[in-house]
Write a protein that binds this ligand. Sequence first.
Ligand SMILES: [Zn+2]
Length: 369
Amino acid sequence: MPKTRNATTGLIHDERYYWIELGGYMALGEFTQPFPAMDSPEGKRRILNLVRVSGLMKHLTEFEPRMATEDELALFHARDYIAKVKELSDTTGGSVGDFTAICAGGYDIAKLAVGGCIVAIDAVLDKKVNNAFAMVRPCGHHAEADRGRGFAIFSNVAVAVMAARAQRGLGRVAVLDWDVHHGNGTQWAFYDDPNVLTISIHQDKLYPVESGALEERGKGKGEGYNLNVPLPPGSGHQAYVATIERVVVPAFKRFTPELIVIASGFDASVLDPLARMMCHSETYRTMTGLMMEAADELCDGRLVVCLEGGYSPVYIPYCGLPVIETLSGHRTSVVDPLAEWVAQIGGHDLQPHQDAAIERAATRVEDIR
Ligand SMILES: [Zn+2]
């Protein structure tokens, strides 16, 4: 178990995170009956609701987010892209990239998502809390410098890490992205920067299909400081835990970060409609525990978890709660109601082709100097 068993844990949340629409439905053609957006506000709100109903909230320190400033956004994003988002938000809304629309009034909420991650990092750096969970929406890790992608308007984690380095004089930061999709925006933000180690564990060639390969290792001085672990579809608990133990923790130990940030989607879950992985509530509990142990050993426990994707409204609360329970060292009486059913499904064990993919990534750890 992590040393910080009774850690003080910050929770950053705001009702406005659920007031942004990211596209009513995907327009697939004239014979497509409209359906609700995959990224449903109600789905994400259910995580917060379970935190409240479980009684965990009284063990957490609540923080209000603030909006990121335009200058903070511009640490990564192009000024004309920021202006375009603002202009569309001020009028009727519209597309800002593939699978990504900004709704009327959405600009402020997108800035609030970035600012929520900044507040979380500041709270940890200022020792107000030992670790923190930023329950932000919309997600951020697909947004690139000049365009939104995959329901992401601004790159929440990338901008927050850049702000922490620029404003707080932070040195080395390690970012682990365990959202089931590739953390392309975060990767490109730090691709030539040896001060930020970016690791993404994702389903191979899922989204974006053109990025996320093992061969993308960073460039220039940043070569070796981007590590992708593309896992085969069907990977589950043992594959994910093995990836943390055999790739992520050894990489972090070589890198010696001063802060660890996790881009935490819950769409690698066995019930997610946008991916084909098999993680469950105990996978997220175990991975969080391992990251806390690494943070305790390497950076005085400084760990910030930022919410990314997750599209099973039924199941994501049971994946999110164990992360926050583990961060805070308080186990509630909530039992994953689907755990027994999930356990009966075959395929949780590490399969040889998954083991081979993890081993290929593990050989790249020595590129980190
Ligand atoms: Zn995702």
